[in-house]
Each structure stands twice: as C-alpha cells, then as structure tokens.
Design a protein around this ligand. Structure first.
Ligand SMILES: NC(=O)c1ccc[n+]([C@@H]2O[C@H](COP(=O)([O-])OP(=O)(O)OC[C@H]3O[C@@H](n4cnc5c(N)ncnc54)[C@H](OP(=O)(O)O)[C@@H]3O)[C@@H](O)[C@H]2O)c1
Length: 316
C-alpha cells in the first residue's frame, strides 16, 4: 500500500510517499481502507520532533491519527463492525496510528459508524478535533445549559467544533478570531464575536463560566480575567499548558490541561449531532495524500479555517 512516511524529524519536506506492506488486524481490531485522513497541528509538531514524538516509537513514522473509510476486514473478537461498514476514527493517540496511508488497523472501540449525513472527508477530520472539543467542554469543564462559554481560536479545527458543541449544550457562546473570520464565527452560531486584532478581551468579555483555549501562552493568561469566580479555563496547546496553569493558580482561578483520548462512544455522539444538524465540520482544504507536505504547511500557518483533510484513492 501507499503511505506517507517520515524517515527523519524535520519539516514537511521530510515526508515521503512510500510503498509498504499492508497491516493485518489483530484481535479487537478492524482494517480500514481509508478514503481520507485528517490533518492536525499535532501531526507537523510531531514530525518536527515535538508534539507526540516521545510516544511514536522508532522512525519511520506514518503520521495521522484520524481517518474515514470502509472496513475491509475484522480481527477476532470484533462483533460491532463488519466488512463494508463505513466508519471514521481517532486512533491510538499519543502512540502512532498511521492514518496517512491507504489502509490502517484500528482498535474497534476507537471508531464509529459514519452516517450518510456525514460526508467522508468531514468525517476524517472530525475525530481528533471533535473529541478534543467534546472532552474539554463536557469531561473537563462540565458545561451546563445557560453558561457563558468563551472559545479562543473559534475559527480553528477544534474551535469551530467547540462553538457548535457549546451551542448544542445550551450555552451562550463567545468566539475570538481575526477580522477575516468574523462572519464565519457568526455563521457557526456565536452569540458574540470578538475580533482579537481590535478588542481587548479583558475589557469586552466578563463573567465567563468556561474558556476553551486554542491559543495558549500569553493570550490564555490574559483571558483568565474573563472568568467568573469558580469558572474553568481548559487550555489545549500542551507546550504552554504549564505556564497557563501556573498563572491561573497565582490569580486564584482554575485552569486545566488536556490530552484528548480516543473514544468510540463519544465519536458516535458526534455523528448523531451531525445527523441532527447540530454539528458540521468546515473543510479548509482537501488535498490528495501525495500532498501531505503542502497540507502540513497550511496547518502550520496557524490561520486555517476549520480542518484540512487528505483524500486517499486506494490503488491510484
Ligand atoms: N491537548 C490536546 O489534546 C489538543 C488537542 C487538539 C489540539 N490541541 C492544540 O490546540 C491548538 C488549536 O488546535 P486547532 O487544531 O484548533 O488549531 P488550528 O486549526 O491550526 O487553529 C487555527 C486557528 O487559530 C486561530 N488563531 C490564531 N491565533 C489566534 C489568536 N491570537 N486568537 C484567536 N484565534 C487565533 C486562527 O484564526 P484567525 O485566522 O482568524 O487568526 C485559526 O482559525 C493547537 O496548538 C493544537 O496543537 C491540543
């Protein structure tokens, strides 16, 4: 099968298209014939030697933690899925999952069926970002109806899903983005849209119950003043999580880090919300698998709207 592999840590130019053996599913796994794979900041961070690089084992490394496709075969003990099922997943994180490839083996409890209402490319981009948004809002911050939720980087992969999930949970949602993304935030359903290039957050937003922070660092630290007493900030970028939590402690407020976890049950909830018209993934760009390097460049610009997805044509 064809797979994108990294043979030495470095920039996107180090990604190569290789011909390798197709994997075989072991007990509890399914083999997925991928039709698309999602791209996330963790992909290029890991390829550069940061991110999840400590967990991926020896190089070469096939990047990618999320995919959508068709079940080709099932291993022993798998009863929930059968060949021909359309599925999507977020796999094995932070260990290597190998989704930038024509075929990937997936633990059957880390995938969900893809309903017809969920486009295959959107499904490929939904797993990691969708579960991050879900787990930050529900598992970490325990968001409740009527609460005020502030999403920093609301136009990004995680942020645009967090806005919709917070709305679906009955929250009043405030989102931040650049001028170019204000109309997008409105279309997502933000009740209040903040242009971070114009407004001072600390002045324009008060009494927030939950902050989902997709920016980190100084931006997150400054946003702490927006929290009401007893509110919670969940900071996503791991590199700055320590400094944000330290600043929160000094200021007497609550900030939590997060590491998104694979969870097939929660993926199925995201699929249901999509069917109900409450959740929709915006594709920044789709590129063929062969252009993984260009996709990493786009993602690392830090200004993509929604998600970038690699499309995969088996045997092409
Ligand atoms: N800990 C975890 O488990 C976990 C899971 C997922 C993601 N993450 C991390 O969370 C971060 C966000 O992930 P992502 O996938 O959403 O990234 P992304 O899609 O690359 O985010 C891009 C977005 O960030 C916005 N942005 C950039 N600077 C901003 C600022 N100062 N204020 C507000 N918005 C700003 C951009 O909007 P404009 O173009 O309008 O500026 C753009 O839409 C990344 O660092 C990622 O590695 C962590």
């Amino acid at each position: 099968m064809k797979a994108i592999r990294l043979h030495a840590f470095g920039g996107p130019e180090n990604l190569e298209l290789d011909e390798i053996e197709r994997p075989t599913p072991v007990r509890g796994e399914v083999l997925i014939r991928n039709r698309a794979a999602g791209v996330n900041p963790i992909d290029w961070k890991t390829c550069a030697g940061g991110g999840a690089s400590a967990f991926i084992g020896e190089l070469p490394f096939i990047p990618g933690w999320e995919c959508a496709g068709t079940v080709e075969a099932v291993g022993d003990g798998v009863t929930d899925f059968q060949p021909g099922d359309e599925v999507f997943g977020f796999l094995r994180f932070p260990e290597a999952a190998g989704c930038y490839a024509e075929y990937t083996c997936a633990p059957s409890n880390q995938i969900a069926k893809r309903p017809p209402a969920l486009d295959v490319n959107a499904a490929a981009g939904l797993g990691l970002a969708g579960l991050t948004a879900w787990q930050a809002l529900h598992d970490k911050a325990q968001v409740k109806p009527g609460q005020r939720v502030l999403v920093l980087a609301a136009a990004g992969g995680v942020g645009h899903l967090a806005v919709q999930l917070a709305k679906a949970a009955g929250a009043f949602v405030i989102g931040t983005a650049s001028s170019a993304n204000q109309a997008f935030l409105e279309a997502l359903g933000c009740d209040q849209c903040i242009d971070y290039s114009q407004a001072n957050l600390a002045v324009s937003v008060r009494d927030v119950d939950v902050i989902i922070d997709g920016v980190g660092g100084q931006t997150a630290i400054e946003a702490l003043t927006c929290l009401r007493s007893g509110g919670t900030l969940v900071t996503l970028p791991s590199v700055t999580a320590g400094e944000v939590m330290e600043a929160a402690e000094k200021a007497g407020c609550r900030a939590l880090g997060i590491r998104v976890e694979p969870n097939g049950t929660q993926l199925a909830k995201l699929a249901t919300l999509t069917e109900q018209g409450k959740l929709s993934l915006t594709l920044a760009e789709t590129r063929p698998l062969q252009q993984a390097a260009e996709a990493h460049q786009l993602s690392s610009s830090g200004h993509q709207r929604g998600k970038t997805v690699l499309t995969i044509e088996t045997g092409a």
